[in-house]
Design a protein around this ligand. Structure first.
Ligand code: DGY
Length: 324
C-alpha cells in the first residue's frame, strides 16, 4: 500500500517539538541512532522525499535534490549560514530552500562576547593552570588581562548578529565601528552609535575585530596575513561566523609572533579539524562551533525549519526562504 502522506527526511536529530510538527504532516524518517550520514548514504536515504530537513554539515546541492527525485519541494536547513548549499542548483530544480534567521542571533552574540571575555581576561589560561594543579598565589601582577571599557569594537558585517554583538559591547562601554558593503540604516547607526569605516581603516583602528559576514567567494580568507599585519599589535580577532573567512595558518603565525594580541574562535577552516598551531597557544580562546548551541535556540531553529516544511507542503509558501 502506498502512502499519500508526504515523506520527510530529517538528516540529524532535532528538537522533539519540531519532530512532532513534522509527524503531524508526513511520514518522517531520520537515522537511528543519530549520526552524520556520508553523502552516498544520505542520497539513498532521501530517495522519494517531499521534504528534507538538513544541517550545515550536509552538502545541499543539485546531486542531493536529484537523489531525492521529482517529488522534492523543500529543503529546510537548521542553520542561518548556507555556504554548504548550492541555492542556484536547487532553484533550477524548483526546490525551495529555507534557513533559520533571527532565532539564533542572541545566542551567537552571547557566545561571541563569551569568547571576547575569555581571551581578554585570560580565563582559559587560568582554568588550564588550575586544572593542571600548578601552584599559584594571588598577587597584583598575576594573569593580567585587558579591559574593554573605552575600546573600539570593529564589526565586519553589521547584520542581525553583528548588531546584537554591538549592543552587548555598548553595555561594556565600548565604541562601535563597522564595515560592510552597505551602510546600515540610519536608525541602526544612531542606536549603536556606530561609525561606518572602510575595511582597511577598521582593521587599522579597532581594538577588537569581530567577524559577522557570511562566507562567500569574496569573504574567503578576508582575514589573511596582510589583514592581520594591518591590525594593532594589541588587538583581538573574533570569528563566530565561518572558519574559512580567516586564513587559519596565517592567524596561528600572527598569534605566535605577536602580530596581534589574541583571538576568540568558534569556527574553523576545516571543521572539525583545528589548525594544530592554534592548540598550543595561550592567547586564543577556542570553542567547537557552539554559537547557537543552547537548548532554547536549537529548539527555535528546528521549529522554524519544521514550520517552513509544513508551510511549503501545504502550499502556503516558505516563511524564511533563501532566494538564489
Ligand atoms: C548557523 O546557523 O549558521 C550557525 O553556524 C550554527 O548554528
Amino acid at each position: 500500500m502506498t502512502s499519500a502522506r508526504p515523506r520527510i527526511v530529517v538528516t540529524r536529530a532535532i528538537a522533539e517539538p519540531a519532530m512532532d510538527l513534522l509527524r503531524e504532516t508526513g511520514d518522517v524518517w531520520r537515522p537511528e541512532p543519530d549520526r552524520q550520514l556520508p553523502a552516498e548514504e544520505l542520497h539513498t536515504a532521501v530517495a522519494g522525499a517531499d521534504a528534507i530537513v538538513s544541517t550545515l554539515a550536509d552538502r545541499v546541492d543539485g546531486a542531493l535534490a536529484d537523489a531525492a527525485g521529482r517529488r522534492l519541494r523543500v529543503i529546510a536547513s537548521v542553520a542561518v549560514g548556507y555556504d554548504n548549499a548550492d541555492v542556484r542548483a536547487l532553484a533550477d530544480r524548483g526546490v525551495v530552500f529555507t534557513n533559520t534567521p533571527g532565532v539564533l542571533t542572541d545566542a551567537t552574540a552571547d557566545l561571541t562576547f563569551g569568547l571576547l571575555l575569555s581571551v581578554t581576561r585570560r580565563l582559559g589560561e587560568g582554568e588550564r593552570l588550575l586544572r593542571a594543579r600548578r601552584p599559584w598565589r594571588f598577587h597584583l601582577g598575576f594573569l593580567l588581562g585587558t579591559g574593554l571599557q573605552g575600546k573600539t569594537l570593529g564589526i565586519v558585517g553589521l547584520g542581525q548578529i553583528g548588531q546584537a554583538v554591538a549592543r552587548r559591547a555598548l553595555a561594556f562601554g565600548m565604541d562601535i565601528a563597522y564595515t560592510g558593503r552597505r551602510r546600515a540604516p540610519a536608525d541602526v547607526e544612531r542606536e549603536l552609535r556606530a561609525r561606518h569605516l572602510p575595511f582597511a581603516e577598521l582593521l587599522r583602528t579597532a581594538d577588537v575585530v569581530s567577524l559577522h559576514c557570511p562566507l562567500t567567494p569574496e569573504t574567503r580568507h578576508l582575514i589573511d596575513a596582510e589583514a592581520l599585519a594591518t591590525m594593532k599589535p594589541a588587538a583581538y580577532l573574533l570569528n563566530t561566523t565561518r572558519g574559512p573567512v580567516v586564513d587559519e595558518a596565517a592567524l596561528a603565525r600572527a598569534l605566535r609572533e605577536g602580530v596581534i594580541a589574541g583571538a576568540g574562535l568558534d569556527v574553523f577552516e576545516r571543521e572539525p579539524e583545528v589548525e594544530p598551531g592554534l592548540l598550543d597557544l595561550d592567547n586564543v580562546a577556542l570553542a567547537p562551533h557552539l554559537g547557537s548551541a543552547t537548548v532554547e535556540t536549537r529548539t527555535e531553529m528546528a521549529l522554524l525549519a519544521a514550520r517552513n516544511v509544513v508551510s511549503v507542503l501545504r502550499g502556503e509558501g516558505p516563511i524564511t526562504e533563501v532566494k538564489a
